[in-house]
Design a protein. Structure first.
Length: 122
């Protein structure tokens, strides 16, 4: 499944990469918090429990992935590319074609929480 959220903010790729890191996620979302650094990855508490989180700077912004999540949940925060090149785009995917409505609602709340955090912290 795939989810998008477009945020009507203009920031550069460099700002996204500078400001959004595992060490700063608590500025952007209330449902995630850094627990510890594990080599190149991070242990984080999330809405769905504790996960090892991968973080990478990518073309246009950053990517997070819950490495031990059974749904392979990952999301990117980017700018400069479709579907809205001049704005921030949150793109989240899971490796399922169907999930219960309650889980979909949690994902949408998670994305909305990031959107609110990005609007206020960038």
């Amino acid at each position: 499944m795939e989810f998008f959220k477009i945020i009507d903010r203009r920031v550069s790729e460099a700002i996204i990469q500078e400001k959004i890191t595992p060490k700063t996620i608590e500025k952007f979302t209330e449902s995630m918090f850094l627990l510890e650094t594990i080599e190149n990855d991070y242990s984080c508490g999330t809405l769905w429990g504790e996960f090892v989180v991968s973080y990478h700077k990518i073309k246009g912004g950053v990517r997070f992935a819950l490495l031990d999540c059974p749904n392979a949940l990952q999301w990117t925060i980017t700018t400069g590319f479709p579907p809205k090149e001049s704005n921030i785009v949150i793109h989240l995917t899971i490796n399922r074609s169907q999930k219960p409505t309650a889980f979909i609602d949690e994902i949408q709340e998670f994305i909305e929480e990031w959107a609110i955090g990005l609007n206020s912290a960038l």
